[in-house]
Design a protein around this ligand. Structure first.
Ligand code: ADP
Ligand code: ZN
Length: 653
């Protein structure tokens, strides 16, 4: 990185000065300037020094040590002994030292010895308390010093970045780089569907190819675009395709890559990423899952906001502001939650465009299938349109997965080509996890599940606004014991009647259990959860309750200051709870009534389910007759689609 390639010999560093001072201080502490008294013991003191009257005084230090000062006249007697140590004690003393057990014992010993020797050479006994400030302070400071030193050391290594593969290179951006050597080969041809998104992003390709055409006219190029859409819809693919089409380097990084356990790493990585990108401009920087760092900065001061994430975000904002619009670096970021992003990111001059990437509709799905079927060897019975119809609600990634899974299933069966049935199996598997045919379910359990599912089917069939049912099964898959698939109508707004009918149909399972077995099971937990959610939303979000009124407590920004307190009073909360209960109880009674009046049909369906495990729209029509209010268009659609999105799964708790 640096420009000095000299072999580094000795580099001066202020840390050495501190080190030297420390060592000197330590040395002074241990050896002192005047030397240290020589170690001795009580026997010697008593039998020689005291007996001969050589002692001038004894000082008891800190109640533990006795320091002996010799009479000046006696000093020479002990000279040899005193000078044998590393540093002889000064002439002033103390000359000898020894540990006394306790002051009391020492005093009485001394008293006795003194009496034996005679009063003529009485020793002066004094007491002193020495505080060793140095060692006191030192025992505090030293560990602290070590910590601070270590912290700075790591921090420095981190922000500088060591060699590759070094754990201290965390400060480097971990972006995957596709440049001239490993150019992105993805083109728009591989991105199926997404016509609108492609059109919007085309402009960015144009700019990267001919920047002059835009800048000549004084136009400013967008710095960044935000790709918003559910996971697996091809956001990464789209960004890669831009790089591939424009033939520029592509930096790819995930928002979560910026976040490490060390403080300051995120910001350092952002800096590094932009530095690299500017060197390779024009180029594209792609940040996946930008919500990992771009979430709205905390406004709740006592919630301990995530400083590290905020620092990273601030650095990102700074970098985006910092570079020249025409430097040729374009930032594409992907998220599935644009609503929680910090508003500062959306300001002009940053991610000023949002490109929506939605789940594919049927025509798009067909195109996506075409892309992913290309490498497969297909049987004659595979029809792309049919496959597209089988996979409502699937994302592009799911479809890619279906194609791969189908090929694996066919290979397992030692087939030469991938056939229609393999695709159907793959779809089933992806919808519900692996089929668990061998999961042991007792006969009575199976009956409960059958009546429960038949209850859903019956009620939803007989309600005008409930989603038309497509398929009901009691084959356990994954955690689900049974499931009913509905064809979700493509509607943008939902009326109160529709919501109520849906609640009623969802409660149909539980109602059936109560009617038939006069007991209820835990299997309806999922249903109840859904019902509670819907009715709560009706009351407190959609303003559909008379008691609460036309009020919505929904916070669509997700940035409320009071995320942990309700925006309504306790009293209102009670009313909401009561209203939710009223709705659910009313709909439950309605479901029970429907089942009672159609008990025969319900029973027939349940028996059919027990026998065949799967029933379809036709069977329902057979039992109850066609739905009178079915609009013919919808009816046709319902028949075409065999598996729609799984709307209701009854899971084991
Ligand atoms: P996202 O970034 O939106 O989560 P990706 O771009 O990573 O999704 O998509 C994952 C995979 O799904 C892609 O590699 C591709 O194989 C497939 N895929 C998704 N959308 C499409 C599409 N529109 N056309 C073709 N393949 C797609
Ligand atoms: Zn259910």
């Amino acid at each position: 990185m640096g420009n000095s390639n000299k072999p580094s010999t000795f580099k001066f560093n202020p840390i050495y000065i501190y080190g030297a001072i420390l060592i000197i201080v330590l040395a002074i502490q241990f050896y002192g300037t005047g030397g240290r008294p020589v170690e001795t013991n009580w026997q010697e003191v008593k039998n020689t020094m005291l007996k001969n009257g050589d002692i001038e005084k004894i000082v008891i230090v800190n109640k533990t040590e006795a320091e002996i000062y010799l009479k000046e006249s006696s000093y020479d007697k002990y000279k040899a002994k005193l000078e044998s140590g590393i540093s002889a004690p000064s002439k002033m003393g103390p000359h000898f030292t020894f540990n006394i057990g306790s002051v009391d014992v020492f005093e009485s010993n001394l008293e006795k010895a003194q009496k034996e020797v005679g009063e003529s050479s009485r020793v002066i006994l004094t007491y002193e308390t020495h505080t060793n400030y140095f060692s006191e302070i030192f025992s505090w400071i030293f560990p602290l010093l070590i910590l601070v030193f270590f912290y700075f050391w790591i921090f420095k290594r981190m922000s500088k970045g060591g060699g590759a593969g070094n754990i201290f290179s965390v400060g480097k951006s971990q972006a995957k780089v596709f440049d001239k050597e490993s150019r992105v080969s993805t083109t728009f041809k591989e991105v199926a569907g997404l016509a609108e998104a492609k059109q919007e992003i085309q402009e960015i390709v144009e700019f990267l190819k001919n920047p002059d055409r835009y800048t000549k006219l004084g136009g400013k190029i967008p710095k960044g675009a935000l790709l918003v859409g559910p996971p697996g819809t091809g956001k990464t693919l789209l960004a890669k395709a831009v790089a591939g089409e424009a033939e520029v380097p592509f930096f790819s990084m995930s928002g979560s890559d910026f976040v490490e356990m060390f403080v300051g790493v995120g910001a350092s990585r952002v800096r590094d990423l932009f530095k690299q990108a500017k060197e390779k401009s024009p180029c594209i920087v792609f940040i996946d899952e930008i919500d990992a760092i771009g979430r709205a900065r905390g406004r709740n001061p006592n919630m301990g906001s995530n400083d590290e994430r905020e620092n990273t975000l601030n650095q990102l904002l700074t970098e985006m502001d910092g570079f020249d619009t025409n430097s040729g670096v374009i930032i594409l970021a992907a998220t599935n939650r644009a609503d929680i992003l910090d508003r500062a990111l959306m300001r002009a001059g940053r991610f000023d465009r949002q490109i929506h990437v939605e789940l594919p509709d049927m025509i798009d799905r067909k195109e996506i299938f075409e892309v992913h079927l290309r490498p497969l060897k297909l049987g004659k019975d595979v029809n792309v349109e049919f496959l597209a119809k089988q996979t409502p609600g699937f994302s592009g990634a799911d479809i890619a997965n279906v194609c791969n899974e189908a090929a694996l299933i066919a290979a397992r069966k030692l087939k030469e080509v991938v056939e229609k049935q393999d695709f159907l199996d793959a779809v089933d598997r992806i919808i519900g996890g692996l089929e668990k045919k061998n999961k042991i379910i007792s006969v009575s359990e199976k009956a409960t599940i059958a009546y429960h599912e038949a209850g859903h089917a019956t009620v939803s069939w007989l309600l005008e606004h409930a989603h038309p049912l497509v398929k009901v099964t009691i084959v356990p898959r994954g955690k689900a014991l049974g499931a009913a698939w509905y064809l979700p109508e493509e509607r943008q707004i939902t009326t109160k009647e529709q919501l109520l009918d849906e609640i009623c149909a969802t409660l149909g399972g539980r109602a059936a259990e109560e009617l038939i077995f006069s007991s209820v099971s835990s299997g309806a937990q999922n249903d109840l959860e859904k019902v509670t959610r819907t009715s709560f939303a009706m009351v407190s979000y959609f303003g559909m309750s008379d008691k609460i009124g036309k009020v919505s407590y929904y916070d669509s920004t997700g940035q409320s200051d009071y995320s942990f307190t309700k925006p309504y009073s306790e009293k209102t909360a009670e009313v909401i709870d009561a209203e939710v209960n009223v709705i659910i109880n009313k709909e439950y009674e309605r479901a029970k009534n429907i089942l009672k009046t159609n008990a025969e049909g319900h029973k027939k369906l349940a028996e059919l389910l027990l026998e065949r495990e799967v029933i379809f729209t036709e069977d329902l029509e057979h039992v109850f007759g066609p739905r009178p209010w079915n609009k013919t268009k919808e009816e046709e659609k319902a028949k075409e689609v065999i598996a729609a999105s799984a709307e209701d799964k009854d899971t084991v708790v």
